[in-house]
Design a protein around this ligand. Structure first.
Ligand SMILES: Cc1ncc(COP(=O)(O)O)c(C=O)c1O
Length: 383
């Protein structure tokens, strides 16, 4: 994998720091400028920068819990740990539904069975740049009054019906960590068109402090409910400090200018890779419409541990970096933090176990040469 941050980004940071009077460096105007630019790019009205994708996940769930109370949140077992921990930390009950092997999102039939009258939200992950949305999922959420939350931390620029994912759900989360489609060193974003949710997120980004909200009517309501308190220090819920610094936002503004052109390269690389990969040995019949991947996806058709070990050996011998299990290292339900506290019937999770044991991702970055993709494919197809 290769980092996105280049000399131009570093120069923008140097220029920012080199101003005659030292600018404010904690969350301030640059963060807001980046939030606005991000909203223009994605098409969402309210955008809130935080210090990581994991913080975006947790802040989203804390705010949902504050507004809507307790209940169940449906998750895929193929996601990053922070999606699940955010659900647990914020007081929701996590409920799981297996994935499908076409776009790595929910198995639709199973999703319908998993919904109960207590389902508050469906927390969908767009895995490694592949759109996970379908009309059925969106309709299901609308009909059953369930909030759809999109985790887009791995899929900046992927589309569903020619519209960017992350602009469909009630809220969405992005990460700007190393190797993702764009980077702010560390960073994340929460996006929504719902003003109340945004205002609550603003407060919960800063310790739960009401004064961070920008809607005077909402603030007035809270002040009136707490006449004994100084309005500068009203904390509406136990929360964290998830704020970004200005430095990360300056890098974000510089990176955002290159996101679309970098994505074109990634999309072309991924298509080229998939076309060359031997479909008799590897899964290649993915739903590719709107894909925008920062990693190649390799999943063995056969459930063979012998082939798995051979594949890992040959990649290592050739100095090719890889990660087994796709997003988050595979089946989250097999992790100690989960097994310790929950009982689970793994027979209900056959697809995720396939990916857990026989799936990998390998870096796809904008400057990757075609010759390297050819070498990779030839190594994989020879196995
Ligand atoms: C799907 C998903 N959600 C959340 C995160 C967390 O993002 P961060 O590493 O910025 O905390 C990641 C991280 O890679 C991820 O892949």
């Amino acid at each position: 994998m290769s980092d996105n941050i280049d000399k131009e980004d570093i120069q923008s940071l140097i220029d920012f720091l080199n101003q005659e009077s030292i600018p404010k460096l904690t969350n301030g105007p640059k963060v807001m400028e980046f939030e606005n630019a991000w909203g223009d790019w994605l098409g969402t009205k309210y955008n809130l920068m935080v210090n990581s994708g994991a913080s975006a996940n947790e802040l989203t769930m804390l705010a949902l819990n504050y507004i809507h109370g307790e209940g169940e949140v449906i998750l895929p077992p193929l996601t990053w740990i922070s999606d699940i921990s955010s659900v647990i930390f914020s007081g929701f009950k996590p409920v799981f539904c297996d994935i499908n092997l076409k776009n790595f999102s929910f198995d639709l039939d199973k999703l319908k069975e998993t919904i109960t009258p207590n389902t508050k939200a469906i927390f969908l992950t767009h895995v490694l740049g592949i759109n996970g949305l379908t009309d059925e999922i969106i309709n299901l959420c609308n009909e059953r009054n369930i909030l759809l939350i999109e985790d887009v931390c791995e899929s900046h620029g992927a589309t569903f019906k020619n519209r960017k994912v992350g602009s469909f759900g009630f809220a969405s989360n992005f990460s700007f960590y190393f190797a993702h489609h764009m980077s702010t060193i560390e960073g994340g974003m929460i996006c929504t068109n719902d003003e109340r949710f945004y205002q609550i997120c603003r407060a919960l980004r800063s310790h739960g402090m009401m004064r961070e909200m920008t809607n005077e009517n909402l603030k007035e309501e809270i002040i009136n409910e707490n006449p004994d308190l100084n309005k500068d220090f009203i904390f509406i819920r136990p929360a964290h400090n998830f704020r970004s610094t200005e430095l990360n936002a300056v890098i974000g503004l510089s990176q955002l200018k290159k996101l679309d052109s970098n994505n074109i390269n990634r999309i072309q690389n991924f298509k080229y890779f998939m076309e060359k990969l031997d479909g008799s040995k590897y899964l290649t019949d993915f739903e590719m419409d709107g894909q925008c991947n920062y990693a190649f996806i390799v999943v063995l058709r056969e459930q063979s541990f012998e082939k798995r070990d051979a594949l890992e050996l040959v990649l290592k011998e050739n100095g090719i970096e890889f990660r087994r299990g796709l997003s988050g290292g595979g089946n989250q339900l097999r992790q100690p933090y989960f097994k310790k506290n929950y009982t689970i019937d793994y027979n209900d999770f056959k697809n995720i176990d396939h990916v857990h044991n026989f799936g990998w991702y390998i870096g796809n970055y904008p400057s990757l040469e075609i010759s390297k993709i050819d070498t990779l494919v030839s190594i994989l197809n020879k196995l």
